[in-house]
Design a protein around this ligand. Structure first.
Ligand SMILES: NC(=O)c1ccc[n+]([C@@H]2O[C@H](COP(=O)([O-])OP(=O)(O)OC[C@H]3O[C@@H](n4cnc5c(N)ncnc54)[C@H](O)[C@@H]3O)[C@@H](O)[C@H]2O)c1
Ligand SMILES: NC(=O)c1ccc[n+]([C@@H]2O[C@H](COP(=O)([O-])OP(=O)(O)OC[C@H]3O[C@@H](n4cnc5c(N)ncnc54)[C@H](O)[C@@H]3O)[C@@H](O)[C@H]2O)c1
Lengths: 201, 201
């Protein structure tokens, strides 16, 4: 298991490598550092954490590096995602092509508002949240994204957990309780803005 | 200047402290660790990086800690934010109460689609993006959030930079060029999902 900060850098290394000209056979840690906007020393530490070795003076083999990063990120495996809450944020995520590029497949988006049922949302159509358990049955390993108002978030998380979902990304501004074997991560865009403002002073 | 990772933890410490009962006068690093879902050793390192000392066996003074964290995060200063792109993502951000709670004030949201002009978006109304420069004139220090399609993101960033904006948070899936004295940070929710999936395996 590598550190979370390392995982967040791997998609950036991949984006740079996949943007290289087909003739590029090798890449140096410095090129990778410039391409991914990361310090050279961090690139070398990340590569050694992943057990990836380059050749002194030559660098890393591009094809080998891409293959290794794909394996590390589980890119070959189709990862199923459901979104609960088809409001502004849910729809923005459903329509975001970046999820597909990273190997995620939206298999369902749910809401409680009958006005929204059947509307297109990315590759899916909005379903009635009452169908959630039926659709999740027999599909272990599905990831859940929670984009409902804070007041109903705990109820939705409880339903996802009862249906066997083990990993949840929540945008709702509430602290959620969940069993220890379920990974619930909170996302707060205000924190990103806070970081931006801190370094602007 | 403290590290970025430390800054992202401060709002979590504040949220825990501000949720405490009014009678709580002191808090231990362990309580803070549990409240903010952070390891105790990291709490102590963060506090020492910020120059905050507790009393051995007693802990930190709650009122003093809150005041110090507010100052560090610039909570007292009203930070002006503009959002460019009033689509799904732009509207989700404009309506998000978490920005106001963190001390950010949405002063304008802009779009190029005349159908959207005048619509309510959080505390603002959607304006014509042609007005952007006029509205930014004389307001240095405004932060920019870019939620337009990838194809127009560079043009919008160029306009923000020319209007004097120094800090930009972009959600557009494109690499953006900008002068060295302008801080442009990219946000990719696919990376958050990638981290969740990595630890789920
Ligand atoms: N963490 C962040 O950075 C961030 C940013 C923006 C918004 N948010 C939060 O994300 C959430 C969604 O924001 P939004 O702008 O999309 O709000 P929204 O009101 O546009 O959408 C919420 C949707 O949830 C649906 N819903 C309500 N109860 C439901 C239930 N029981 N089951 C299924 N669906 C249900 C509603 O019908 C609506 O379509 C809010 O909690 C908001 O505070 C967080
Ligand atoms: N990074 C992430 O995690 C993430 C997640 C979701 C969406 N996105 C990206 O965010 C962007 C917005 O997503 P969305 O779902 O809100 O799309 P959307 O199509 O709903 O909204 C885009 C808005 O931009 C407006 N626009 C187009 N050209 C403009 C211009 N020149 N000036 C001002 N406004 C202009 C459009 O009229 C539209 O209202 C897209 O680039 C999408 O790829 C990123």
């Amino acid at each position: 298991r590598v550190a979370r900060a390392t995982i967040t850098r791997l998609p950036r290394y991949l984006a740079y490598l996949e943007g290289l000209d087909a003739q590029a056979k090798t890449v140096s840690s410095q090129q990778l550092a410039d391409g991914a906007a990361v310090k050279d020393a961090i690139v070398r530490r990340d590569m050694s954490d992943l057990g990836i070795t380059g050749t002194r003076g030559v660098g890393y083999d591009v094809a080998e590096l891409v293959e290794h990063l794909h394996r590390e990120l589980g890119r070959g495996e189709a990862r199923r995602v459901v979104i609960i809450g088809a409001g502004h944020l849910g729809l923005a995520l459903a329509n975001y092509r970046g999820f597909g590029d990273a190997g995620f497949k939206l298999v369902g988006i749910y809401d409680a508002d009958p006005e929204l049922f059947g509307n297109a949302a990315g590759d899916a159509r909005v379903s009635n949240v009452a169908e959630l358990e039926k659709d999740l049955a027999g599909n272990p390993g599905t990831l859940g994204i929670v984009t409902v108002p804070g007041g109903v978030a705990q109820d939705i998380v409880d339903r996802l957990v009862a249906a066997g979902v083990k990993s949840i990304l929540s945008f709702a501004p509430t602290t959620l309780s969940h069993p220890d074997d379920v990974d619930v991560r909170h996302m707060d865009l205000a924190t990103e803005l806070q970081v931006l403002a801190y370094f602007a002073r």
